[in-house]
Every structure is written in C-alpha cells, then in structure tokens.
Write a protein of this length. Structure first.
Length: 38
C-alpha cells in the first residue's frame, strides 16, 4: 500500500504534501470510525 505510493512521494522535494494528505485522510477516517475529535 504505502510502498506503491512511495514512488510518488520520492519524486519531488515537496514530500510533505502527500504525507500531509495521507495524514489528514487517516484523521478523517478515524474520526468517522470512532467519532474522536483529537
């Protein structure tokens, strides 16, 4: 999963963009699952 996305992440110097997007997605998913506002 993450390995296939690492190619895109390694392509540019702005690595934090896909990382931040994935992090935000994880937060949203957790919020939907547990309803946590952390």
């Amino acid at each position: 999963m993450i390995e296939s996305g690492s190619d895109i992440i390694s392509t540019g110097g702005e690595q934090w963009i896909p990382h931040a997007a994935w992090f935000a997605l994880a937060i949203t998913w957790q919020s939907a699952q547990g309803g946590r506002h952390d």
